[in-house]
Design a protein around this ligand. Structure first.
Ligand SMILES: *Cc1c(COP(=O)(O)O)cnc(C)c1O
Length: 381
C-alpha cells in the first residue's frame, strides 16, 4: 500500500520542506554573478543576522552539508597542536573528536554517557586542569541520542577564558531562540536540511568577535576569512548553492514571521505532548534532558525498534533508528518542520505498529494524551 500523498518524513534530517520553500525550489536557476542574486544573497544575510540576533555580520554560508561547517570550524579557529575538549555523548560528539584528530589538534575527550547531558562542572574541572585549552567542542542538540547540552551554561564557564565554545547547533538553530552573542557562544554551526526545512547542501557558520581574531588561513575551500570578505559584498568565493540560498531566504522569512520565541514555544509544546503520549503507551523517553528537536524513544521490553519502524513505514511514516551503539535500541521521531497538528500522524502510526507487534496498551491513548497536552483548553470547552 503506497500512501496517497507520499510518505511523511519524521527523521532528524532531512525534514519535510514547506510548500512556500518548494515553490522557490521549483524555479529556473539564476546566475550568481548578477545583481539579482547579489540582492537576494544580501537579503538572506540580513535575515540570518536577525535570526541570530547579532549586530556584527560574522557568519558565512558554505555549499556543504552540516559536517562541512564543523570541519571549517576546526580548520579556521584552531592550529595544529591546539588543545581542545570534545564533549562526546553521542555520534555527533564523536565526530568533533574525529575531526579534531584528523587535523592534529590535541583532543581531550570528555565522555558523557549516551542519553545524558554534559555536566558543566565536569567541563569546568577539565578546564581548570588544562588552562592551555583553546576550545570546547560540543553539540547543543545531540541528535543521535536526543539529548540537549545546555550551551548557555557552558558559555558562562568559557566566556572569561581563552577557550572558544564551539557549538554544533545543526539541530538547534531554527528550533531554539538562540542568541549566540548574548549567551557568549563563539562558533555556531547550522545545516539546511534540519530546522531550516530545506534540502541538504547548505551550511551556516556564525562566530564571535573574539573567535574572529583567531581566524587562520589553513583551508582553501572552507576559508572563513576569504568568504566573509566576499559574502559581506553579496558574492561568494566559489559557486554558491544558488537555489538553496534563495530557498533559505524563504525559510528564514517563515521563521522570522512566526518569531523565534514562538517557534521555540511550538517545539516545546510538541516535545511535552510527545513525552506524555510516549509515556502513556508504556514506552520511555531515552534522554535525560530531551532536545526540543526530536523525541528519542526506548521501546518496551520485547519490542524491536527496527520492526516497529518498518511497521510505521508501511503506514507511510518514516522515522529514524539508533546510530552507533544505539543501533537497534531506540527510535527517533523528529519535530523539525512540524506543526503541532502534524504529530498525531506519527503517533497514530506508532499506536498501530505497537498493536500489530502485540504490545498491550489502551488503543488511542497516545493521540488523546498528546492532544490534551497541546490543546489543554479544548477539554474544558
Ligand atoms: C545532522 C547532524 C550533523 C551532520 O550533518 P550533515 O549535514 O549530515 O553533515 C551534525 N551534527 C548534528 C547534531 C546533526 O544533527
Amino acid at each position: 500500500m503506497k500512501p496517497l500523498k507520499g510518505e511523511r518524513i519524521f527523521t532528524p534530517g532531512p525534514v519535510e520542506i514547506p510548500d512556500r520553500v518548494r515553490e522557490v525550489l521549483g524555479r529556473q536557476i539564476i546566475h550568481h554573478r548578477t545583481p539579482e542574486f547579489r540582492e537576494a544573497f544580501l537579503e538572506t544575510r540580513e535575515l540570518f543576522k536577525q535570526l541570530v540576533d547579532c549586530k556584527e555580520e560574522n557568519f558565512v554560508f558554505f555549499a556543504s552539508s552540516g559536517t562541512g561547517a564543523m570541519e571549517a570550524s576546526v580548520l579556521n579557529f584552531f592550529e595544529e597542536g591546539d588543545k581542545v575538549i570534545a564533549v562526546v555523548g553521542g555520534k555527533f560528539g564523536e565526530r568533533w573528536a574525529e575531526l579534531g584528530k584528523k587535523y592534529r589538534l590535541n583532543v581531550i575527550e570528555l565522555e558523557v554517557e549516551w542519553g545524558k547531558s554534559v555536566d558543566p562542572e565536569a567541563v569546568e574541572k577539565l578546564l581548570r586542569e588544562n588552562p592551555d585549552c583553546r576550545g570546547v567542542l560540543v553539540q547543543a542538540s545531540e541528535s543521535s541520542t536526543g539529548a540537549y547540552h545546555d550551551v548557555q551554561v557552558l558559555a558562562q564557564i568559557t566566556k572569561d577564558t581563552d577557550t572558544l565554545l564551539v557549538v554544533d547547533a545543526i539541530t538547534a538553530l531554527g528550533v531554539y531562540n538562540m542568541k549566540p552573542h548574548e549567551w557568549g557562544l563563539d562558533v555556531v554551526v547550522g545545516g539546511s536540511q534540519k530546522a531550516f526545512m530545506l534540502p541538504p547542501g547548505l551550511s551556516m557558520l556564525w562566530f564571535s568577535e573574539r573567535a574572529k581574531e583567531r581566524l587562520t588561513d589553513r583551508s582553501y575551500y572552507f576559508n572563513v576569512k576569504e568568504e566573509l570578505k566576499k559574502q559581506k559584498e553579496g558574492q561568494t568565493a566559489f559557486t554558491p548553492a544558488i537555489s538553496l540560498i534563495l530557498a533559505l531566504r524563504e525559510s528564514l522569512s517563515m521563521l522570522l514571521e512566526e518569531g523565534m520565541e514562538r517557534v521555540e514555544e511550538r517545539y516545546r509544546l510538541i516535545s511535552e505532548g510527545m513525552k506524555r503520549a510516549i509515556e502513556a503507551l508504556g514506552l520511555s523517553i531515552f534522554p535525560e534532558n530531551p532536545s526540543l528537536s526530536l523525541t528519542t524513544v526506548l521501546p518496551p521490553e520485547g519490542v524491536d525498534p527496527e520492526a516497529l519502524r518498518r511497521e510505521m513505514l508501511r503506514l507511510g511514516v518514516r522515522t529514524a533508528g539508533g546510530q552507533g551503539k544505539l543501533k537497534g535500541k531506540i527510535f527517533r521521531i523528529s519535530h523539525m518542520g512540524m506543526d503541532v497538528m502534524d504529530m498525531p500522524v506519527a503517533l497514530s502510526a506508532l499506536e498501530l505498529a505497537l498493536r500489530s507487534l502485540g504490545h498491550s496498551f489502551e488503543f488511542g491513548r497516545a493521540v488523546g494524551e498528546y492532544l490534551s497536552a497541546v490543546h489543554p483548553g479544548v477539554k474544558d470547552g
